[in-house]
Design a protein around this ligand. Structure first.
Ligand SMILES: Cc1ncc(COP(=O)(O)O)c(C=O)c1O
Length: 402
């Protein structure tokens, strides 16, 4: 829907009515749309993707890996899209990380032939593992004896195994100080010819609690120290074990990854407000924004109601800079086919299943009409992208995803 505003401007005097003036008559007719014509064909909440920013994020992270002398195995769980994956391939990336076997199948079908599934192996998916292992180089994540034994009995084709090491996040993984348990698992793996131990894999997901460079650096140093010291203890018996780490906050800041072999960041491909809050990115690196139709206005409480709820944004939240106010996304201006920067004062104050309540300042309240689209940066792009299932690039391409 468009809302047109006609501005009729008269300047000077009309005709010969005035003898006092030689001012020419001029009539200015401005026709402008309050809502960018980009939205003309959209009807529902739509996840917009700025291809240029996204490609730039890919290039920058790959350059960072190259400069640090580590290989780049980006995590594809954020975008889960063949097309976006191809942008990585165009840069020369040839190995990837995913978080499920289904995702591995999806990307294998698009030609990716070296995939690590960085989620503790679900042995109930043995048929999928066998099928994939017959076609590609597949690595799985292991942290217990039972998985090794089960795989050993059921594998039909060789796979690689990373041992998951807990480097401070405490979500999953083996205690890096318990080298006896880790050696014992490695020895068990050694008995079987279809599983090869390829490395130690850590994920410093607690970097999401950091705010700013110094806090991120502390986590980087501490988490690397844990996995490096484990590797040193295993060095004599297992000199070829790789060290694989990498989350978006540390990978966005750090230049040095001593003794690390590969990094696996994922979120950086889009970034989001959570990463901005941590200090991993600038607003102008965020490559996705949600466009939502306005369905009601409540000027009395300075709120717009949008068609855009938890089923679109997910329910990730953050605090405004006052440290108190919860919000679920920031409004950004949209002009000439692209979005700008948020001012921090217009934000989603609450989300229910399909409704979003957007708290706005007076200028936004006046500027937007029911039926217009409003554009909002998400807190967590991985979750919003997962909820939305497709992207619309700013030049109008629809990109599908798993
Ligand atoms: C095991 C593992 N590796 C890498 C990543 C990528 O981290 P990020 O999304 O911070 O880039 C994740 C994300 O959850 C992960 O679970």
């Amino acid at each position: 829907m468009k809302s047109w505003v006609l501005l009729l401007g008269l300047s000077g005097h009309i005709g010969k009515a005035s003898q006092h003036s030689n001012v020419h008559t001029s009539i200015f007719l401005f026709i402008c749309t309050m809502n960018d014509s980009f939205f003309d064909t959209l009807i529902e909440p739509t996840l917009l993707l700025d291809e240029q920013r996204c490609r730039q994020n890919i290039k920058a992270m790959y350059a960072r890996a190259k400069n640090a002398g580590v290989s780049f195995r980006p995590h594809f769980k954020t975008h889960q899209s063949h097309e976006v994956g191809r942008w990585f391939r165009e840069e020369g990336v040839d190995k990837i990380t995913v978080s499920s076997l289904r995702m591995a199948e999806y990307f294998a079908a698009d030609g990716w032939a070296d995939i690590t599934v960085a989620f503790p192996v679900n042995i109930r998916e043995i048929n999928r593992i066998n099928d994939l292992a017959s076609k590609i180089k597949l690595n799985v994540l292991i942290e217990n004896e039972r998985s090794i034994q089960y795989l050993a009995q059921h594998l039909l084709h060789p796979i690689g195994a990373f041992l998951k090491i807990d480097i401070g996040y405490h979500r999953t993984g083996l205690d890096p100080k318990d080298e006896h348990q880790i050696s014992s698992l490695l020895k068990t793996i050694d008995h079987y010819d279809k599983i090869k131990a390829v490395g130690l894999l850590g994920h410093a997901g607690h970097s999401y609690k950091a705010r700013g460079k110094a806090a991120i650096h502390k986590i980087h140093k501490e988490s690397l120290a844990l996995i490096r010291s484990l590797k040193e203890k295993l060095q004599t018996d297992y000199p070829e074990l790789l060290i694989s780490v990498g989350d978006t906050p540390t990978c966005s800041w750090e230049q040095h990854f001593p003794q690390v072999d590969e990094i696996r960041p994922g979120n950086f491909v889009f970034y989001d407000l959570a990463q901005w809050r941590i200090g991993s990115c600038r607003f102008d690196q965020i490559a996705v924004a949600m466009a939502c139709p306005i369905v009601a206005k409540h000027p009395d409480r300075q709120q717009l109601v949008i068609y855009g709820g938890g089923v679109h944004f997910a329910k990730d939240q953050s605090k405004l800079l006052d440290g108190k106010t919860t919000y679920y996304g920031h409004v950004v201006p949209f002009q000439k086919g692209n979005w700008g920067l948020p001012n921090g004062q217009n934000y989603i104050a609450s989300l229910s299943q399909e409704h979003g309540i957007v708290q706005v300042q007076a200028d936004i309240m006046n500027q937007y009409q029911v039926g217009d689209f409003i554009t909002i940066l998400p807190i967590h792009s991985c979750m919003a992208a997962n909820a939305m299932k497709s992207y619309r690039t700013l030049d109008g391409k629809i990109l599908s995803r798993l």
